[in-house]
Design a protein around this ligand. Structure first.
Ligand code: 5GP
Length: 203
């Protein structure tokens, strides 16, 4: 069985990344989300162990010391990390993973797993992003201002990504996203790995 593919997905806050990832996961088989650890406060609609593993700083720092993370980063003042064991176990089981992490985390993972596929989702413009952030109504004004400033820094990292998807029209973005995953799955190394037993003596 081939190893699972790591699809690393980043986007500025308010770009619709999570909604897009969920839609693509519904549409394609064998896609799984990794569940990150974070020290951020849980939002009202979130469940521990579903969106994130919510932990305190002391626990997070212990995990860093124990080298439990494949990557971790400080994002908007909170700590976020992807557990190495979760990546490794799923990958070995042949599960393709959607890893929603920030630009720092994406860079770390690409260094550690060069075969990871990096996908960036970007908004049509900064003004559209501002509107979307304000409309969501889940965060305070100062948080939104801070996220907009950070969004600019994140957008500047687009040259490090393999694929860039504009989320102007949801359907179009979703189609591009699904097409990327489908195409990556038929790349020669992954397919060829499984063929020798079906074409013995030939491959
Ligand atoms: P939020 O707090 O809005 O759920 O996420 C804030 C940011 O943290 C997003 O850009 C999200 O992708 C990123 N993030 C979530 N989990 C991780 C993780 O495990 N590692 C890193 N580096 N970033 C993460």
């Amino acid at each position: 069985m081939r190893q699972g593919i790591l699809f690393v997905v980043s986007a500025p806050s308010g770009t619709g990344k999570t909604t897009l990832c969920r839609a693509v996961k519904e549409r394609l088989p064998n896609l799984y989300f990794t569940i990150s650890y974070t020290t951020r406060e849980r939002r009202a609609n979130e469940v521990d162990g579903r969106e994130y593993h919510f932990v305190d700083r002391a626990r997070f720092e212990t995990m860093i010391r124990e080298e439990a993370f494949a990557e971790h980063a400080n994002v908007y003042g909170n700590l976020y990390g992807t557990a190495f064991v979760e990546l490794d176990t799923n990958r070995r089981a042949g599960k393709d993973l959607l890893i929603e992490i920030d630009v720092q985390g994406a860079r770390s993972l690409k260094a550690r797993f060069p075969e990871a596929v990096l996908i960036f989702i970007y908004p049509p413009s900064m003004s559209v992003l501002r509107e979307r952030l304000t409309g969501r109504g889940t965060d305070a004004e100062d948080v939104i201002a801070r996220r907009l400033a950070i969004a600019a820094q994140e957008l500047a990292q687009m040259p490090n990504y393999d694929y860039l998807i504009e989320n102007r029209d949801f359907e179009t973005a979703q189609n591009s996203f699904a097409a990327i995953i489908t195409a990556e799955r038929v790349r020669r190394p992954y397919v060829l790995e499984e063929l020798p037993e079906r074409f013995p003596g030939i491959l």
